[in-house]
Design a binder for this molecule. Structure first.
Ligand code: HEM
Length: 415
């Protein structure tokens, strides 16, 4: 039986943090293997890349998610007790809650609300003024998702809640002060969510069944409502990632700036092109570098031995850029999505597999819909200038962003 290739050195955490998106694919190439062993945060970790590996990690007989995410992410990004750490029937049952809330009709409503907000904001931008797209998009999405979810947001709280929801994903991987800011933000948000869920439980559900009501009245496999803390975590599992779509919207604006041909195609009104463009933004630009799981029981894969409880990381960014799966993988080419609907294991910006069964993100429809609204709006309804600024990508941050957060000047609404 061959040994799994190993990184030399005591621990590779610093190297990972310096370049989290390319860490796995670069070393996998170096070892000439889709799997290699390293140490991250002093823990033995198997790193995997590619479509075969993505299929493997979706096998619930071989992997579990309980205790797979680092504690620091549980205390910030995910929260404790949420769907991300569940396995088997408990996972499937809880996941059905998300799939039931995020139906096509409900996503459509969310997208329409976001368009209204973009138009309202654009009316307030004056000639000569500069706006920072990422900051604006975060706020628009915070207002939109709160309205959609049925979680009322007082005007005076908009900035604070936007910052708090964003802190959960912006500072999740940070060390020091920012990490503690994200923890404090989570405590505030969970308290706020609990204060909304409690009275909602006491009231009769409305016929529309807002996402807040769905979560408040959800019953687990034993027919019991979620405890208040877990219900709050799940409500934030809708709000936080919706605000995070602002990262992809900022990358969409960057792509339009860098590829004027794409801008022209979007302006032509071709709706299939909007879909292709948005998918290529999700493939091409970085967001989450990897997802984690733990080996359930010892097994062999491709001749390699995987030991029970070992931590495993699957490379999302590298798989989306794998030249065995994607022609001209490092070129931005929306046309690649024209006729192709790539497999559930090749195109994995939001995780691999079937979202009903595996841990794949239930919010892909939301991301695509909100990005499509924003891309159409930027390309067809606005005129703007892009002043000189540093648009280089912060590859050592998670999530990465254009360093300037994309400044636009003299933004005018035209239609
Ligand atoms: C910025 C866009 C988004 C990105 C990059 C993203 C990425 C991801 C990733 C990588 C996972 C983990 C997949 C895995 O473990 O295999 C995930 C899971 C999840 N996402 Fe998203 N997501 C986004 C938007 C959303 C939205 C808009 C929602 C809800 C409205 C959402 C809700 C969730 C939930 C609840 C899970 C846990 C699923 C489970 O454990 O079964 N995400 N997402």
């Amino acid at each position: 039986m061959p040994n799994i290739p190993r990184d030399t050195g005591l621990d590779s955490t610093c190297a990972f943090l310096r370049d989290p998106y390319r860490f796995i694919s670069a070393r996998s190439q170096f070892h000439q293997s889709p799997v290699f062993q390293t140490r991250l945060m002093l823990q033995k970790t198997l790193c995997l890349t590619g479509a075969k590996a993505a299929r493997l990690i979706c096998d619930p007989d071989r992997f579990v998610r309980q205790n797979a995410a680092p504690k620091r992410l549980q205390k910030t990004l995910f929260g404790q007790g949420g769907v991300q750490g569940l396995d088997g029937d408990a996972h499937r049952h809880r996941k059905a809650l998300f799939m039931g809330v995020l139906t096509a009709g409900s996503v459509q409503k969310l997208a329409e609300l976001s368009e209204v907000r973009w138009r309202e904001y654009a009316q307030t931008w004056r000639p000569g003024e500069s706006i920072v797209l990422y900051d604006i998009a975060r706020e628009i999405l915070c207002r939109t998702v709160c309205e959609w979810a049925g979680t009322p947001l007082a005007e005076r709280d908009v900035q604070q809640w936007t910052q708090d929801l964003a802190a959960l994903y912006e500072h999740a991987g940070a060390i020091g002060l920012q990490h503690w800011q994200a923890r404090r933000a989570r405590r505030r948000l969970e308290q706020w969510a609990a204060e909304l869920i409690e009275p909602t439980r006491a009231a009769l559900p409305t016929p529309e069944q807002s996402p807040l009501e769905r979560i408040a009245h959800y019953k687990d496999q034993q027919g019991q409502p979620l405890d208040l803390h877990t219900a709050s975590v799940e409500l934030l599992n809708l709000l936080r990632p919706t605000v995070a779509v602002s990262v992809f919207i900022t990358f969409a604006a960057l792509a339009l700036h860098k590829h004027p041909g794409c801008l022209k195609n979007l302006q032509s009104g071709n709706e299939n092109y909007v879909r292709c463009f948005v998918q290529e933004v999700r493939r091409f630009y970085p967001f989450f570098p990897a997802v984690s799981a733990r080996v359930r029981e010892d097994f062999l894969w491709e001749g390699y031995a995987f030991g029970k409880d070992t931590l495993v990381l699957l490379d999302l960014y590298g798989t989306n850029h794998d030249s065995r799966l994607w022609e001209d993988a490092d070129d931005f080419k929306p046309e690649r999505f024209r006729s192709d609907f790539p497999s559930l294991y090749c195109f994995i910006p939001q995780g691999p597999g079937d979202p009903h069964v595996n841990h794949r993100c239930p919010g892909e429809g939301v991301a695509v819909a909100l990005m499509s609204v924003a891309a159409r709006f930027l390309a067809r309804s606005l005129q703007y200038e892009i002043p000189e600024q540093d648009l280089s990508i912060t590859w050592d941050r998670m999530p990465a962003l254009p360093r300037s957060h994309f400044v636009m000047r003299n933004v005018q609404i035209t239609t």
